[in-house]
Design a protein around this ligand. Structure first.
Ligand SMILES: Nc1nc2c(c(=O)[nH]1)N[C@H]1C(S)=C(S)[C@@H](COP(=O)(O)OP(=O)(O)OC[C@H]3O[C@@H](n4cnc5c(N)ncnc54)[C@H](O)[C@@H]3O)O[C@H]1N2
Ligand code: MOO
Length: 414
């Protein structure tokens, strides 16, 4: 049977960057940038006054001058005018451009004003140790015109939106959202608005998958099919052709109503693999319609669906939003998101030669390392155990005993 590593590599091999679309700010927030943002001007673009006060020539202060005649007032947004008399000063406001022949700003808190007999306003400077360039945010101190500010492949968080706005990026090229169809299958499943009969349950997996796909930046629509090959054959082709990924739950193991693997093959979907050496999720089926959607057919038990989504489908959805280059540089072969390491707080014994995905709660330990405590879960049908877990450990298939203190690969979902 296929190992988890091999299954991961085969899923990763189907990743292609999705097309670019151009969006205006701030609608592009949250998307992955597909172009570079460079500085169109220096940062800051002029010698920016950083405090309200007066601007003067430092040389005069250095020569011992304490009193300065005020020649005028300059506000932010006004073009700077050089002073006529080099021994004078201008009152100046935060955000103003410093006049060309001035170099230092003294804040109001360090000045007293008086008016002389001739009616001139005079500023008396009382700074113990003045410095040249004090309270001036010098042009290009932060970045130079042409500098790379945000590389392609970056998610546009509010900080990137601020920088994009300041360089005048009216529209930015970003990856269009992955389009996902999530599909529940099974005769026992009823609408979540329905009152189930005693032998029925509500279709929770589809809603969970929809929410999880949205969380990964995708657009996801939910569909349902009963365990009926004719209905599957009729309904699935439109999904396989109209979406980037079809994520199904249920109908993939050995039961007499598990029609999906056969039906998908009949519809021209190439099977990449069926069954992975793992628990939960051994019956996981994966394929691709040539020129169409990739198909994640996840086992139906709610924890199995959930864990396998986060282990395989979520990394795929994130990877297809990245430009080609970022993926090649950032990822190990076959591994497209970086799981974290966590330290096991309880001994674990697991005999089957399967990779074991074990639900854990996670909290920082005294040395700052993440501590993983196994959940008391009732198996892959115990949906409620997801509420108290923050992730799952990946316990390798070739090991049976995991002592306290083992450092293990951990996938977080919150
Ligand atoms: N003889 C064998 N039986 C089973 C095997 C096996 O290897 N041999 N594998 C077991 C494993 S592991 C799993 S996991 C399940 C997966 O089976 P299916 O993918 O075919 O899933 P179903 O049988 O359709 O459903 C399983 C379980 O999950 C519930 N379910 C399904 N869809 C939803 C949904 N949308 N919302 C909520 N709950 C859902 C369903 O009612 C079942 O209880 O097979 C084992 N059997
Ligand atoms: O995928 Mo199953 O959840 O191992 O019962």
């Amino acid at each position: 049977m296929l190992s988890v590593e091999e299954a991961t590599r085969l899923v990763a091999a189907t990743v292609r960057p999705l097309p670019i679309e151009y969006l205006s700010l701030p609608l592009a927030a949250g998307r992955i940038l597909r172009e570079e943002l460079r500085a169109d001007r220096d940062f800051p673009p002029f010698n920016r006054v950083a405090m309200d006060g007066i601007a003067l020539q430092y040389a005069a202060l250095e020569a011992g001058q304490m009193e300065f005649r005020i020649e005028g007032t300059q506000f932010a947004g006004q073009a700077p005018a050089p002073i006529q008399d080099p021994s004078a000063a201008v009152e100046i406001m935060t955000g103003a451009a410093l006049p060309g022949n001035l170099d230092t700003v003294i804040r109001y808190e360090d000045i007293t004003f008086r008016t002389d007999e001739a009616g001139h306003r005079l500023a008396c400077v009382q700074v113990p140790a003045p410095r040249r360039g004090h309270n001036v945010h010098t042009q290009a101190a932060d970045r130079r015109q042409g500098d790379l500010l945000v590389p392609a492949g970056t998610r546009l968080e509010p900080a990137e939106v601020a920088v994009a706005a300041t360089v005048g990026a009216i529209t930015v090229g970003v990856t269009r959202r992955p389009r996902v169809a999530v599909v529940s299958t099974g005769d026992e499943l009823v609408l979540i608005s329905a009152t189930p009969a005693a032998h029925q349950i509500r279709r929770s997996n589809a809603l969970m998958l929809q929410a999880a796909a949205w969380q990964a930046g995708a657009e996801a629509e939910a569909f349902h099919f009963n365990d009926d090959p004719a209905a599957l054959r009729q309904g699935l082709p439109a999904l396989l052709e109209g979406y980037d990924a079809v994520i199904l739950s249920g109908g993939v193991s050995k039961g007499k109503a598990d029609f999906l693997p056969e039906t998908l093959r009949e519809l021209g979907v190439t099977q990449v693999f069926h069954e992975v050496q793992q628990r939960p999720g051994k019956p996981f089926w994966f394929g691709q319609l040539p020129g169409g959607a990739v198909v994640f057919a996840l086992p139906g038990n709610p924890v199995s669906t959930f864990v396998n989504f986060y282990r395989y489908a979520q990394p795929w959805l994130i990877s297809v939003q990245q430009p080609e280059k970022a993926r090649e540089e950032g990822a190990l072969p076959g591994e497209f998101t970086a799981p974290v390491a966590a330290v096991l707080t309880q001994e674990i014994q697991f005999r089957p030669r399967l990779t074991h995905f074990l639900l854990v709660s996670l909290e920082p330990g005294p040395d700052g390392r993440l501590l993983a405590t196994p959940e008391r879960a009732g198996g892959s049908g115990d949906m409620a155990s997801l509420l108290t877990s923050a992730g799952f450990l990946e316990l390798p298939a070739d090991q049976e005993h995991f002592p306290v203190g083992s450092v293990l690969r951990t996938w977080r979902f919150r």
